[in-house]
Design a protein around this ligand. Structure first.
Ligand code: FAD
Ligand code: NAP
Length: 532
């Protein structure tokens, strides 16, 4: 006797929708969430300045027209507390709370071939069995703190942006060190600088950031937009990134330079990263085209930052713009004009250690009262490995993926029957408006389970052949672009010892959705079906 139809791991955007969708399909479900609240990314990343970088009219569920109409976003890019309120509202509205167990981490999951079910162990000591295991554990949920000698002896408090204290942090009168200048670091820095006596930004790699031009979403604008929401969503689903973007459809290298400058200036003034990188067709595939955009952005940095030496250090070089996630901020570069902010170049003079009073680089010591790590995540695979999943024959997922993640369609992996991964490696995932990608995956899994039942199958797992053909295709598409060129979390370069592979699917959300639908329509082609 199996306890449940589905165990869902995690209760962020993915887990919340999975619980709703599976329950609506008549399945018994329980979601386990390690945190003491739902929301995932938007529960944990409560650092000041945290906000989405995809507009919330896009970065919100599309499955319920009623929800879409009744919820009002206050801004173009709302801050973390508002997104978290939205997710709690969704759980209230759809009655999901009884099916979500908070404060409980899934610590192990093993496939039992005899009963064709998963045996799942949780941090509260319970074990239970389920026909299907659905990981909604997040691509960016397993945080990473640098292994810094002396950190344990540091006298001040230290924080990671993804485990921010819920009561907030008062930096008034403090000397604060910030390590990390990715999207999180760039968002939190101006907030710390506004409060602290002094902020030292320890920069290893300079990052490109475009303005948000964040602003309130006026009622009239919202009303007008919402009258066409369904059509807009339909267009988004078929689009490349899960957000309809208007590009010129032409290569930048064929354009007169003055036209290029005019268009980039317009898009810089309008704000947002996707319209910027999507303006021309060759920006992410040709280094020469990419250099045009990169130089435009470096010019803007030099305009904004008063001290030429600081501006020069802030100018990203050595990797294509967009190949690390393009950051968004209205005030990051200008912050360096404040007298209480210093930029420390830890590329040429790396941090050696912490000491009780601060941080030591190879050339200097910095006395600090507090440290903030915005040092990112063990992305894409970190949370999956942490829960110790063992497939057929007890093989750990970590071993099966020792040379890099292997999936079919980013949804499932050979040797791990009845395991589905929401926005797994091998799917567009982090290269898309993730909420639409999450919905697509959850609905595909829901429909797959219903089909298995109606066709009398108990198990499903990709064939090794379909999986390796898919991963070859993923790789072929990716290596025709500039994305793999940067040392980013996209390729695992931020985690010492992680295999360097690019596993996101870059052929676009619309074509990917069509491929997933075609596989389903062909009776789950590429999957082995078993049992009854
Ligand atoms: P998560 O939100 O990461 O939720 C996973 C949950 O699973 C977590 O709550 C975690 O505690 C739980 N969990 C993990 N392992 C276990 C376990 N073993 N047992 C129990 N629970 C477990 N994407 C965009 O498209 N647009 C944006 O603007 C955007 N902004 C972002 C801003 C930040 C600061 C970050 C970090 C990411 C951002 N992302 C953005 C990506 C974002 O992660 C996704 O958009 C989305 O929120 C992911 O939802 P999820 O439910 O799949 O994963
Ligand atoms: P990240 O992009 O991986 O950036 C981590 C930063 O820390 C980088 O500057 C990195 O430098 C630095 N770093 C890491 N380890 C270090 C070490 N040992 N010593 C010194 N510096 C170190 O992480 P993130 O900023 O948290 O963002 C992760 C992803 O989350 C983003 O790419 C985005 O997808 C999402 N996110 C989105 C938003 C948003 O705007 N909505 C906000 C936050 C996060 P190197 O570059 O040299 O490695």
């Amino acid at each position: 006797m199996v306890d449940l139809d589905v165990v869902v791991v995690g209760a962020g955007f993915s887990g919340i929708y999975a619980v709703h969708a599976f329950r609506s399909a008549g399945l018994t479900v329980r979601a386990f969430e390690a945190g003491d609240g739902i929301g995932g990314t938007w529960f944990w990343n409560s650092y000041p300045g945290a906000r989405c970088d995809v507009e919330s009219k896009d970065y919100s569920y599309s499955f319920s027209p009623e929800l879409e109409q009744e919820w009002s976003w206050s801004e173009r890019y709302p801050a973390q507390p508002e997104i978290l309120r939205y997710l709690n509202h969704v759980a209230d509205k759809f009655g999901l709370w009884p099916h979500i167990q908070l404060n409980t981490r899934v610590t192990g999951a093993g496939w039992d071939a005899a009963t064709a079910s998963w045996r799942v162990s949780a941090s509260d000591g319970a074990t239970l069995t389920a026909r299907f295991l659905v990981s909604a554990a997040g691509c960016l949920s397993e945080l990473q703190v640098p292994d810094l000698p002396g950190l344990a002896e540091f006298d001040g408090a230290w924080y990671h942006t993804s485990r921010w204290p819920k009561e907030g942090v008062d930096f008034a009168g403090k000397r604060v060190g910030l390590v990390g200048t990715g999207s999180s670091g760039i968002q939190v820095a101006p907030e710390i600088a506004a409060a602290a006596e002094h902020l030292y930004v320890f920069q290893r790699t300079a990052n490109f950031a475009v303005p948000n031009r964040n602003r309130p979403w006026a009622e009239a604008e919202e009303r007008a937009f919402k009258s066409g929401y369904r059509e807009y969503r339909a267009e988004a689903r078929e689009s490349f990134l899960g957000v309809p973007i208007t590009g010129t459809g032409r290569p930048v290298l064929d354009e007169p330079p003055q036209d290029v400058q005019r268009l980039f200036t317009e898009r810089w003034e309008a704000g947002g990263g996707m319209p910027f990188l999507g303006a021309y067709t060759d920006v992410l595939v040709s280094q020469a085209a990419n250099d045009v955009v990169a130089e435009f952005m470096r010019d803007r940095i030099r305009e904004i930052v008063a001290d030429p030496a600081v501006a020069d250090l802030l100018c990203p070089r050595g990797y294509p713009v967009g190949a690390k996630r393009l950051c968004q901020s209205d005030d990051y570069y200008a912050m360096f004009n404040q007298a209480n902010v210093s930029l420390v170049d830890i590329r040429s003079t790396p941090i050696e250690s912490a000491y009780p009073g601060g941080l030591k680089t190879t050339t200097d010591s910095y006395d600090l009262d507090a440290l903030v790590f915005a040092t990112g995540f063990d992305a894409l695979t970190g949370a999956l490995f942490a829960m110790d999943i063992r497939g057929a024959g007890g093989v750990p997922l970590r071993s099966a993926w020792a040379t890099g993640a292997q999936t079919y369609l980013g949804l499932a992996t050979a040797g791990f029957p009845n395991l589905f991964i929401i926005t797994g490696p091998g799917s567009p995932s982090v290269f898309s408006n993730m909420v639409l990608s999450i919905e697509q995956h959850v609905e595909w899994v829901r429909d797959c389970i219903a089909w298995l039942r109606s066709h009398g199958h108990a198990t499903i797992a990709p064939t090794a052949a379909a999986q390796s053909a898919w991963m070859e295709h993923v790789s072929e598409v990716a290596y025709a672009t500039l994305f793999p060129k940067a040392d980013s979390w996209y390729v695992g370069a931020n985690i010492p010892g992680k295999p360097r592979v690019f596993t996101s699917y870059l052929a676009g959300c619309g074509p990917y959705r069509a491929k997933c639908d075609a596989v389903a329509a062909a009776g789950y082609e590429g999957f082995a079906l078993g049992g009854s």
